[in-house]
Design a binder for this molecule. Structure first.
Ligand SMILES: [Zn+2]
Length: 132
């Protein structure tokens, strides 16, 4: 299993490559210009930042971020209290970050790792077209 905030994971790269090939330009790991945030980086360091559209994308691992109802988010049978507590911290932090970003006027899109087996084009389409 990977670290919580592993960078340059396969799924994330696939999403980036497709966005790029579709002509979208973006920055990585929450980096933005100072006009978007005085620190030059957004809360939670979203994996992909489409500043022009004011969209940020997180590519979340289902286990680490507790994708609700997802078979990949099932806790290990041993030590389940430990995992519950540990992963719940991630979930709480995720929620906090999302509300901060929304308050700053960003649209926050989550791509779950388990979704990446479907056609990536459909996922990208959803990101740009789903109602806020
Ligand atoms: Zn999932």
């Amino acid at each position: 299993m990977s670290r919580i905030k592993s960078r340059n994971t396969g799924p994330e790269i696939a999403v980036r490559k497709l966005l790029f090939s579709m002509g979208y330009r973006f920055r990585l790991n929450g980096k933005v210009s100072k006009k978007h945030h005085p620190k030059g980086v957004l809360p939670g360091k979203p994996d992909i930042v489409l500043a022009k559209y004011r969209i940020v994308i997180f590519v979340h691992g289902c286990f680490w971020h507790r994708h609700e109802g997802c078979k990949d988010a099932v806790l290990p049978k041993s030590n389940d209290d430990f995992w519950f507590e540990k992963l719940n911290k991630n979930v709480i932090r995720d929620r906090l970050v999302v509300s901060e970003l929304i308050a700053m006027g960003w649209k926050v899109k989550i791509i779950w790792e388990c979704e990446l087996i479907t056609d990536l084009n459909i996922i990208i389409e959803r990101i740009f077209n789903e109602p806020d």
